[in-house]
Design a protein around this ligand. Structure first.
Ligand code: 6GU
Length: 251
């Protein structure tokens, strides 16, 4: 997958050189490119913002640098895919919710461009004009306000990257995640344990040592149902009600 990120803070993305994502980049699974928005300014102060029309607090990102940046980035796609069009992702607290389901769909795309806004946002004409040339998604990572789209982009890039084939060692760990499509959809994962079997007088739940895989699966599902009821009861009302069996009702 090719990912381009346009930002006034390219250094913010240093963590994408580490761990899972750093290795995926070295392995050629992920091609992440950073672009400094200020390289598309033409004044001495590399100005990217101005005061809002209509008044109000804060500053708005100017359309000209964004227009040139998106032209340049969208014209220089992955090699061997001439004429390809990226999907433009715009992190904003006023976007649609970024969910695991949306991450799954983004992970199937060959090319994403993230446009990181700061201040009160980007001039409204930029996305309007971009949408005439490429699919655009405004996405929010939750109901709170960040200082800019950079940290939200890190969250989305990490969430999407770990879904790409070859990035995680163990494909099953993706399938068993909280929110993963299938068994765990709309459920939170329960507790996990490793050695030693007794620690500070506390035992690992005996069923996990029983070797009875059916009993282990049932226990894990019960734990997931309880955790969900405690932390996110509203999730139990989501999805197809027929996903609950008789044993689920007893938990
Ligand atoms: Cl995606 N951006 C900003 N600036 N704030 C947010 C957000 C995004 N998601 C939640 N808050």
């Amino acid at each position: 997958m090719r990912i381009d990120i346009v930002t006034i803070f390219p250094d913010y993305f240093a963590p994408l050189e580490l761990s899972l994502i750093g290795k995926a980049r070295e392995a050629g699974i992920l091609d992440i490119r950073l672009h400094d928005l200020r390289s598309w300014t033409h004044d001495r102060h590399n100005t990217v913002d101005d005061t809002p029309y209509g008044g109000g607090p804060g500053m708005v990102m100017k359309p000209e640098p964004w227009g040139e940046a998106l032209d340049a980035v969208a014209a220089a796609g992955p090699e061997g895919r001439e004429g390809a069009v990226p999907r433009l992702i715009v992190p904003t607290p006023s976007g649609a919710p970024f969910t695991q389901a949306r991450a799954d769909r983004l992970a199937a795309e060959p090319w994403l461009v993230f446009a990181c806004g700061r201040y009160e946002g980007i001039d409204g004409r930029v996305l309007e004009e971009a949408a005439a040339r490429m699919p655009v998604e405004e996405l929010s990572i939750g109901d709170y306000v960040l200082a800019g789209g950079e940290s939200a982009t890190l969250v989305m890039v990490e969430t999407v990257s770990r879904l790409l084939p070859g990035v995680l060692g163990n494909r099953d760990s993706v399938d068993q995640d909280s929110f993963a499509p299938g068994e765990m959809e709309h459920l939170l994962e329960g507790p996990v344990y490793t050695k030693p079997a007794v620690w500070r007088g506390r035992e690992v739940p005996p069923v996990l040592l029983s070797g009875d895989h059916g009993a282990v699966d049932r226990w894990r599902r019960d734990q997931a149902l309880r955790k969900t009821a405690r932390m996110r009861p509203e999730l139990l009302g989501e999805g197809d009600p027929s996903r609950f069996d008789r044993r689920d009702q007893e938990v």
